[in-house]
Design a protein around this ligand. Structure first.
Ligand SMILES: [Zn+2]
Length: 262
């Protein structure tokens, strides 16, 4: 299977496109030692969001590493942040600019097309099908795209990122009242810093599927990994930190679930 999927009972789907760590053998054979560390994974999100089953949410998470193909990039590979540095559909280097491929082994356009069909499309086909199923049942659905990133990545942003970064394509991907409800809960916590449509405004999944006029309300949460894990290899989960952020995270998802059913 190219992903892990669970169908829930409420109109809320949580997608985790960057949690995958598997790389097919034929692709791994052309990669550098730096690639094997998979440092740019959205680590441990399945564990951090382990309350989703109890909430009744549907879940979709990636099996394949973003180094194979990035599920949160558009298939035509346009830059989501024009004028700013970004990694592409099939990244050729890490966030810290280490090459992912051995000399001469970078994927050709034909190979990118092959990976789109083999590894990108199945996730998106399942995502679309689940949104359609929930829409048919409920008429309205929340798509929550879950991410995490190292708190300091000079290539992408200056200094330290706020702890919780919500992205709604500058308001285009969901109803404003939903963003307000979720951000209100986040800010009431006071322990963590919050941004809405700051450096991260939502990637391809948020922007493409978020169609509030059609009943799909999409929001991305990009969390600082410093809130729940060690940010250096071997990237261990930190129970002491998670114990602080996880209750708030649960309240945030609950706020989205309450909003959509109101
Ligand atoms: Zn991510």
């Amino acid at each position: 299977m190219d992903y892990r999927f669970h169908a829930g009972s409420i109109p809320l789907l949580v997608s985790m496109p960057h949690v995958g760590t598997d790389v097919p053998d034929d692709i791994a054979a052309g990669m550098t030692p730096a690639a094997t560390e998979k440092a740019d994974t959205d680590w441990h999100l399945v564990k951090l969001y382990d309350f989703l089953g109890a909430l009744g949410a549907s879940t979709l998470s990636a099996r394949w590493s973003r180094y194979v193909i990035d599920l949160n990039r558009p298939p035509e590979n346009t830059n989501l942040y024009p004028g700013q540095d970004t990694t592409g559909l099939c990244p050729v280097d890490t966030f810290h600019r280490e090459p992912l491929y051995l000399e001469g082994r970078q994927p050709s356009q034909a190979e990118v097309e092959r990976r789109l069909a083999a590894y990108w499309q199945p996730y998106h086909t399942q995502l679309r099908a689940e949104l359609d199923r929930l829409l048919a049942l409920h008429g309205k659905v929340v798509l929550w795209d879950a991410h995490s990133i190292a708190s300091v990545v000079p290539r992408f942003f200056e200094g330290k990122l706020p702890d919780l970064n919500f992205g709604t394509a500058d308001g285009a991907s969901c109803d404003k009242s939903m963003t307000d409800a979720i951000a209100g809960v986040a800010r009431a916590g006071e322990r963590f810093t919050v941004a809405v449509n700051g450096r991260f405004k939502g990637g391809h999944i948020t922007r493409f599927y978020g169609k509030p006029e059609q009943g799909v309300h999409a929001i991305q949460l990009e969390m600082c990994q410093s809130t729940y894990m060690d940010e250096t290899a071997p990237f261990g989960y930190r129970e002491d930190r998670a114990a602080e952020v996880q209750p708030l995270l649960r309240q945030l998802v609950q706020a989205a679930a309450d909003w959509v059913r109101k």
